[in-house]
Ligand binder design. Structure first.
Ligand code: ZN
Length: 254
C-alpha cells in the first residue's frame, strides 16, 4: 500500500516536473518551483553584492538601468523585482537571475559599447532566467533522488544543504564558485529569445552579430569568463543572423 502511494506520488510529481519553455515550446524537466527559483536568485544576488563592490562609473550604472528597464518592461514578469548593477572588476561577465536581479561586470561594458550592445547581453541573460535554464540545469544535476530534499522544505524555501549547488546552477558568477557552462540548447534558446526581447524593447537585434564578433576578438589566448560559460563561434553568429528577421517582426520603436 505504501509502495503504491509512493508510486502514485512519483507519477504525479513527474507530470508536474515536465514543463515547457513558453517562448519556444521546448519541453524541459524542472523540479524546482518558480517561487523557489526566485528565492535562490535573490540569495545569490545578495551574496554577490556582499562580496563585489559596485562600480563607481555612474554613466555605466545609468546605461544599465536605462536598457534594463526597457527589457524588463517587455519580459512579462510582474512578480520580478528588477534590479540592475554594474560591479567593479575587469571580468568580462554578466548574469540575470530569476526574480530579475541583474549584474554586469565593468569588463563587459566596453565590449557592449553602446545601448544596443548592452541590450544584446541583457536580452540574452534575461532570456536564460525567463526560460528557467538555471532550474532546468539544477533539476538535471540533482536527479530524481534530490527532489524530495528540495521540494519538502516548501514553496519559496530551499533546503540549505542544497543551496550552494543551486546557486552554482544559476551561474551567479565567480563569487559563488565554479561556473558550469550552459548547454548548447540553452545558449541557442537564450540567443533566440534575447533577440526578440531586445526588438520588443525597441533595439535593433542586428547589434547581436557585431557584439558576438567583438566578443570573439577579445577572447585571445585567455577566454574571458563569459565566453567559457557562453560558447561563441561562427555557428552561433550564423544562427543569430537567421533569427534576426523573426525578431525584427516584434520590433517596437521607441
Ligand atoms: Zn548564455
Amino acid at each position: 500500500m505504501l509502495n503504491l502511494m509512493i508510486s502514485a506520488l512519483i507519477g504525479l510529481f513527474l507530470i508536474a516536473a515536465c514543463q515547457t519553455v513558453q517562448q519556444t515550446g521546448r519541453s524541459q524537466f524542472i523540479v524546482v518551483s518558480e517561487a523557489q527559483e526566485r528565492q535562490l536568485g535573490e540569495d545569490a544576488y545578495k551574496e554577490t553584492l556582499g562580496k563585489q563592490p559596485i562600480s563607481g562609473r555612474s554613466d555605466w550604472q545609468a546605461q544599465l538601468r536605462r536598457v534594463g528597464q526597457r527589457i524588463a518592461a517587455v519580459a512579462d514578469k510582474p512578480d520580478y523585482k528588477w534590479e540592475f548593477n554594474v560591479l567593479q572588476g575587469k571580468e568580462v561577465n554578466a548574469f540575470a537571475l530569476p526574480g530579475g536581479k541583474v549584474a554586469f561586470w565593468e569588463g563587459i561594458m566596453p565590449i557592449a559599447q553602446d545601448d544596443n550592445g548592452v541590450a544584446v547581453v541583457m536580452g540574452h541573460e534575461v532570456a536564460h532566467a525567463l526560460a528557467r535554464h538555471g532550474a532546468e540545469r539544477m533539476s538535471q544535476a540533482m536527479g530524481a533522488q534530490a527532489i524530495g530534499q528540495v521540494v519538502s522544505v516548501g514553496v519559496g524555501k530551499v533546503n540549505p544543504a542544497m543551496r550552494e549547488d543551486a546557486l552554482k546552477a544559476f551561474g551567479a558568477g565567480a563569487t559563488v564558485g565554479f561556473l558550469l557552462p550552459w548547454g548548447r540548447t540553452q545558449e541557442s534558446e537564450a540567443d533566440r529569445i534575447g533577440l526578440t526581447l531586445m526588438a520588443k524593447a525597441g533595439y535593433d537585434p542586428a547589434a547581436a552579430v557585431a557584439f558576438w564578433e567583438r566578443m570573439s576578438k577579445v577572447a585571445g589566448d585567455k577566454p574571458p569568463e563569459f565566453l567559457s560559460t557562453h560558447p561563441s563561434d561562427t555557428t552561433r553568429i550564423n544562427q543569430i543572423k537567421e533569427w534576426i528577421p523573426e525578431a525584427r517582426a516584434n520590433f517596437r520603436g521607441k
